[in-house]
Write a protein that binds this ligand. Structure first.
Ligand SMILES: NC(=O)c1ccc[n+]([C@@H]2O[C@H](COP(=O)([O-])OP(=O)(O)OC[C@H]3O[C@@H](n4cnc5c(N)ncnc54)[C@H](O)[C@@H]3O)[C@@H](O)[C@H]2O)c1
Length: 363
């Protein structure tokens, strides 16, 4: 029997345009997808980049304006990999046209804008590319937590450090313009940490943050640090920086509970550290698990034990699960509502950094 086609338009041909194009190419190779993906249209406003992406990833058609995708009846899904300020207009237009909407993170430039996006997209399936939920080690961390292996959680500490912000000779991109990017590193990196925290440790009730711009004359935050109280009673600490010298892409978290400890760092993404406090004290110690077993989540879709995977597999796995949900009428997470929860937490922390006061995250 011929499979139903999901005809996709991808908006954006930069870093994420490439990551998503790869996922559209590869998902059907690693997963037995219920639907066939058709790479119908790719849009981008940088001519040479658009031509290269279209050719290398075999997109059928190109357009220089993202609006070209919206009203086409032969497009089922619109995937937004554009700078942050274009997420809301593109997603709202796509949802109004009845399309399935996939969108890069952060969902929006503000919580208010994110609320409007959730409202606009309430009748269509959505996905937000908080891709790190699909790292097998992170999914396995969630499994251990769900099984109660960590017991009562006391601490959730997260760091997202990159170092490129310290190079002031780099040409400024949209990421350095608050009108296009939002307040800065919070919108960019902290949102990933917040999404993982909400996924692994639940709702954040309130927080207190401080933000810093180290580079003279720069209009966006280079770093933000925050203390938070989670609904489950645990205490949280978050740090995100583009001045984390020595760190290329350290997206890390540690959780300490009555039952043990978990530690993860994206720079070593196949591994998860697990300290099991139920072991005799004489034998306790952090075990460095290589999360590549056929019994681990997500991993068996790719290779055999010990044959490690990388960054791109997180996008492939998210996309494959989304298509499975679409075909079988199941809810996918993270969707727009999940990404709004991230945005509400971010918004509260960014307000706190300005007022220097503890700030509640609205429910
Ligand atoms: N999930 C992740 O791990 C991850 C990683 C990096 C970036 N992102 C997010 O992905 C989004 C894109 O980031 P990026 O790194 O790919 O940026 P990028 O600068 O590499 O690419 C942006 C693309 O948008 C296109 N574009 C800009 N304005 C346009 C317009 N008016 N019409 C058509 N095309 C237009 C450009 O041609 C370019 O191809 C951002 O929201 C960013 O936060 C997510």
């Amino acid at each position: 029997m011929n499979k139903k086609e999901l005809r996709v338009a991808l908006l954006g041909t930069g870093f994420m345009g490439k990551a998503h194009s790869n996922a559209y190419c590869q998902a059907g190779h690693f997963y037995d997808l219920p639907w066939k993906i058709r790479r119908s249209l790719v849009c981008g406003n940088i001519e040479a980049e658009l031509a290269t992406v279209a050719k290398q990833w075999e997109w059928e058609e190109t357009a220089s304006d993202w609006r070209a995708a919206i009203d086409r009846p032969d497009i089922d899904a619109i995937d937004i990999a554009l700078p942050n300020h274009l997420h809301a207009p593109a997603a709202i237009a796509a949802a109004a046209a009845g399309k399935i909407v996939l969108c890069e993170k952060p969902l929006a430039l503000s919580a208010e804008e994110a609320r409007a996006m959730v409202q606009a997209a309430r009748g269509v399936p959505t996905l937000v590319w908080y891709n790190y939920r699909r790292v097998p080690a992170v999914a396995y961390a969630r499994q251990l937590i769900d099984e109660g292996r960590l017991g009562t959680i006391f601490h959730y500490n997260a760091t997202y450090f990159q170092q490129w912000g310290a190079d002031t000779s780099r040409p400024a991109t949209w990421r350095m313009d608050p009108a296009l990017a939002g307040a800065g590193v919070g919108d960019d990196l902290l949102t990933h940490s917040l999404d993982l925290a909400l996924f692994l440790n639940g709702r954040i009730n309130e927080g207190m943050a401080t933000a810093r711009t180290f580079a003279p004359g720069r209009a966006v935050d280079d770093a933000i640090s925050a203390l938070v109280n989670f609904e489950n009673g645990s205490l949280g600490r978050f740090e995100a920086s583009r001045f984390g010298i020595g760190c290329r892409n350290v997206n890390a978290f540690a959780m300490h509970g009555s039952g043990g400890m978990l530690r993860f760092n994206l720079e070593d993404l196949n591994r998860l550290e697990f300290f099991d406090a139920s072991q005799p004290s004489t034998e306790q110690g952090a075990r460095d698990l290589l999360v590549t077993d056929m019994k681990h989540p997500i991993f068996p879709n790719f290779w055999r034990p010990g044959h490690i995977i990388g960054y791109e597999h997180t996008f492939i796995a998210a996309l494959a699960e989304f298509i499975d949900c679409l075909a079988n009428g199941k809810d996918f997470h993270p969707n727009f509502a999940d990404a709004l929860a991230v945005q509400e937490a971010l918004d509260a922390l960014q307000r706190s950094a300005k007022t220097r006061k503890w700030t509640e995250v609205p429910k």
